[in-house]
Design a protein around this ligand. Structure first.
Ligand code: HEC
Ligand code: HEC
Length: 230
């Protein structure tokens, strides 16, 4: 069988991830059940800046639930996660989402040269947007601290540039889709690849703010309509 080596590998990675535990977990039973997830996303969903796998600790529960549902239904694609989630009930997906939403993220941004024209352009897009291109600031939806807005808008700070860029690229090509109207697809299509790279490099250079919990929501007014925000 082809599956065996993969499962063994996942188990080994999970053991390594558990050994480097830094903060105690508030639900050991759930952690045990989600050991396969930890092999990629890190213990309690705390991925770090060394790996591509996105950190999922501390993201808003409604956002996490929507993503799990998207992988289960194939709206967002990842073969291994599709397999792991295929037979799980909506109720269990909610439990998983709630579990990760309760975890503390951790993140050490990579060090970058300070004066960098690309980072300056990235900062402008994040703070002010680009009205000429019809692109609102990232902060206007992802929250002042870029930690997201509960319950459905994810934080951006604490994610690697490679992961962020891959998501924006996937929205440009239609490989990632959110509920319609899909505001992120519009934003990703209005910006050039160079601008997307600038915004993601800037975001990935930021440290986690002291208060890294999502802002309280739901947001009252957004500059574009987003289907996930009712
Ligand atoms: C083999 C590695 C691997 C395993 C195992 C895995 N994931 Fe993932 N996960 C990924 C990758 C890679 C992505 C980003 C994929 C993409 O670009 O859509 C991801 C994305 C996610 C996201 C979306 C993150 C975001 O910010 O949008 C969630 C939620 C998630 N995984 C939860 C889980 C859960 C829960 C499990 C266990 C049932 C799991 N994953 C197992 C690799 C993995
Ligand atoms: C009009 C509101 C809005 C604006 C403006 C906006 N976003 Fe988003 N963004 C969202 C929503 C809503 C989601 C969640 C989509 C989903 O459910 O998959 C999201 C998700 C994302 C994700 C996926 C995060 C993950 O964990 O996988 C990235 C990356 C992202 N946005 C980057 C940006 C960047 C960079 C900007 C600024 C150039 C920006 N966004 C501006 C609403 C917005």
């Amino acid at each position: 069988m082809h599956r065996t080596p993969l499962l063994v590998l996942l188990a080994l990675c999970a053991a390594a991830a558990t050994a480097s535990t830094e903060q105690s977990d508030n639900d050991p039973e759930m952690a045990e059940r989600l050991v396969a997830c930890a092999s990629c996303h890190g213990e309690a969903g705390r991925s770090n800046s060394e790996t591509y796998f996105p950190s999922i600790a501390g993201k808003p529960a409604g956002y996490l639930y929507a993503q799990l549902e998207h992988y289960r239904s194939g709206r967002r694609r990842h073969q291994i996660m599709e397999g792991l989630l295929a037979n799980l009930s909506d109720e269990y997906l909610r439990e998983i989402a709630d579990y990760y939403a309760r975890q503390e993220p951790k993140w050490t941004p990579p060090s970058l040269p300070e004066a960098d024209a690309r980072l300056e352009r990235g900062r402008a897009l994040v703070e002010d947007g680009d009205p000429a291109l019809g692109v609102p600031s990232c902060r206007s939806c992802h929250g002042d601290r870029l930690t997201g807005i509960a319950p459905t808008i994810p934080g951006l700070v604490g994610l690697r540039a490679e992961y962020l860029s891959a998501q924006l690229g996937a929205w440009r090509t239609g490989a990632r889709r959110a509920a319609s109207p899909d505001c992120m697809a519009e934003i990703a299509q209005r910006l050039s690849p160079a601008d997307l790279g600038a915004a993601t490099a800037y975001i990935a250079s930021l440290p986690l703010p002291e208060d890294h919990s999502p802002a309280e929501g739901p947001p009252t007014s957004l500059p574009l309509d987003c289907g996930v925000v009712q």
